[in-house]
Ligand binder design. Structure first.
Ligand SMILES: [Zn+2]
Ligand SMILES: [Zn+2]
Length: 395
């Protein structure tokens, strides 16, 4: 891009200054502070005491503000995938504000448009505009005027959400920056440390500033990496992907292919072995009555999506692999290929039947589900065999 074309008039100055400023301070002032503190003699007047408390606060704030976004802004407010009592709502609204990602109302409005228009021009963090744009660029620049907010009428009727929306910057500054400093000061005074002001400063820098940047980058990864890295077992109609690695950075939101396919499910990592701490907390809170009406997509519908996708992949891969086999081996493989095609068709038929059963809410027997799982495994081993044969013939 030529410099004269740089869209200076489209820069979001306040957001850009905050995002870039906090990131730069975290990369410069925070390490410098840690280094000078590390090298100070134990009896120095400006030595910070109570590092255990400071790091414990960092961990608490990391999870509290992270869940504020994933459990609160995302699964509760944007998708209404469960209902929550007011203490849960208040907690996620306070700590969500402290993650400095705007109000729950604005966040949800953007996110609902993202789901409705994923990968299209209207998508606020459209991945087809590149990694940088989807990650943070969409916040730094406003490419076109923001459309009027019309898709969060339900949230506008919630007084707690509207209270947070009105005072979000004040709540964020108080809970996210002032509180860690005040808690540091209080702890140091209680313990009788020489200079509580230094513990307060450390609380602000580590649990306030550094934590804000780490959590923000985690959330931004959902919009960028989750649309780039990983597998698409439930649908290849959109760019969203499932990645266990990204789930580790994002409190379980990395299973994004499933999430885009079934956005009203409170689970993102739907398989029992997948890392989804947000799901675990929502479920645990439901056991003590703080959350309720957890929405789950029936297993048969999930299986139908998997079968359909596997059938598609199988069909596509057979043709491309078969084209690579030479004439002699092709004859030998003809039977395998025919069988694979038949299996792909069978998978598609089963997917349709299951979908039908799910829409009419008919019971699907456990044996049928086991049989389907068997078919899926069979398809996977067929694919593996074909891929090996393809690699052999290419060599
Ligand atoms: Zn997405
Ligand atoms: Zn979502």
């Amino acid at each position: 891009m030529k410099f004269k074309n740089f869209p200076i008039y489209r820069i979001e100055w306040v957001t850009s200054t905050f995002l870039i400023g906090t990131a730069l301070l975290s990369l410069t002032v925070v390490p410098w502070f840690l280094w000078t503190q590390f090298n100070l003699p134990a009896d120095a007047a400006n030595k910070v005491h109570g590092w255990g408390f400071i790091w414990a606060m960092f961990v608490f704030y990391y999870y509290a503000t992270g869940f504020g976004i994933t459990l609160g802004y995302h699964r509760l407010f944007s998708h209404i995938s469960f209902k929550a009592k007011w203490p849960v709502k208040l907690f996620v609204l306070l700590f969500g504000a402290a993650s400095f990602e705007n109000s729950a109302l604005d966040w949800s409005a953007d996110h609902r448009i993202h789901h409705k228009h994923v990968d299209e021009d209207e998508d606020p963090y459209d991945i087809s505009k590149g990694f940088f744009y989807a990650h943070i660029g969409w916040l730094l620049f406003r490419l076109k005027p923001k459309p009027p907010v019309t898709n969060v009428k339900d949230l506008e009727a919630d007084p707690l959400v509207m209270w947070q929306h009105r005072y979000v910057q004040w709540i964020g500054a108080f809970v996210g920056f002032v509180m860690p400093a005040a808690l540091g000061y209080g702890y140091a005074s209680f313990m009788g440390y020489a200079n509580p002001g230094m513990t307060a400063l450390a609380g602000f820098l580590i649990a306030g500033l550094l934590r804000t940047v780490v959590v923000q980058q985690g959330t931004f990864c959902i919009n960028s990496l989750c649309h780039m890295i990983g597998r698409r077992p439930y649908s290849t109609d959109h760019s969203a992907r499932d990645s266990g690695v990204v789930a580790l950075l994002t409190f379980g939101e990395g299973y994004h292919n499933y999430h885009h396919e079934f956005q009203h499910d409170y689970r993102n990592g739907v398989k029992p072995w997948q890392f989804d701490p947000t799901k675990w907390i929502i479920w645990t809170l439901s056991k003590v009555g703080l959350t309720q009406d957890l929405r789950r997509v029936p297993d048969s519908r999930i299986m139908a999506a998997e079968l359909k996708e596997q059938s598609r992949t199988l069909g596509r891969d057979i043709d491309s692999l078969a084209a690579r086999l030479d004439v002699r081996t092709r004859e030998l493989k003809a039977r395998t290929i025919a069988a694979a095609h038949e299996l792909a068709a069978e998978l598609a038929r089963r997917a349709e039947a299951l979908k039908e059963a799910a829409t009419t809410k008919a019971e699907v027997a456990q044996e049928t589900m086991v049989e389907m799982r068997g078919l899926l495994n069979q398809a996977a081993s067929h694919l593996e065999a074909l891929r090996r044969a393809g690699a052999g013939s290419a060599a």
